[in-house]
Ligand binder design. Structure first.
Ligand code: PAN
Ligand code: ZN
Length: 187
């Protein structure tokens, strides 16, 4: 009997794009990111249709124990002095964790627990990030290239954006020519 060697999907290390039959893509634009950046006037000056990030996802079966695989491609840039970033979220099922891996570009992963304590990890090609359960997460592009990161998470995890309506406790800005993390007052 000839047992076939099946060809799985693949991700290109250079740019994080998938080669697969069923790739779903979602673009998040400036206009979708209401209230995310601290300089409201600078955000309003950017056309609402400007793409900030794209997420590519493999088509996954749904259910307990199943996993999504996705890649986020976050454009470089700043809104005022603040670097482009993803909206950021807790998982709806708080106990569900996630793994990120840097593929392209340079940036930061902002992590924040339910007590509001925040920390940052450097993201670069090959970096591996274990996002524990009960931890909100956001990517920040501090470089000049697109920041691409692979992510694997349970399909049942879901996204809870509303829990972060008050924002994260840290903002990452370019001030005096330096990348700096600032604590948010009344965050
Ligand atoms: C990622 C994120 C992706 C976009 O796939 O969903 O980076 O960020 P926002 O969902 O915060 O807009 C992930 O963490 N999934 O769980
Ligand atoms: Zn997530």
């Amino acid at each position: 009997m000839n047992i076939p060697f099946n060809v799985p999907p693949s991700v290109a290390f250079q740019n994080g794009h998938f080669t697969a039959e069923n790739v779903v893509k979602k673009v998040t634009r400036s206009g979708d990111l209401v209230g995310i950046f601290h300089d409201h006037a600078a955000w309003q000056a950017i056309p609402a249709q400007t793409p900030f990030y794209e997420v590519e996802m493999l088509d996954s079966p749904q259910g307990e124990g199943e996993l999504y695989v996705g890649a986020t491609h976050l454009h470089p840039g700043r809104v005022g002095d603040e670097f482009y970033m993803t909206r950021g979220h807790f998982h709806h099922r708080r106990e569900q964790g996630e793994v990120y891996m840097g593929l392209r570009g340079q940036g930061l992963l902002l992590l924040q627990n339910e007590r509001g304590e925040a920390r940052l990890e450097n993201v670069s090609p090959g970096s591996v990030h274990i996002i524990p359960g009960f931890t909100a997460h956001r990517l920040i592009n501090t470089g000049t290239d697109i920041l691409s990161a692979l992510a694997v998470w349970p399909t049942m995890a879901g996204h809870d954006y509303a829990a972060l309506a008050q924002g994260f406790a840290l903002r990452v800005v370019l001030q005096e020519g330096k990348i700096q993390a600032k604590e948010v007052q009344n965050g």
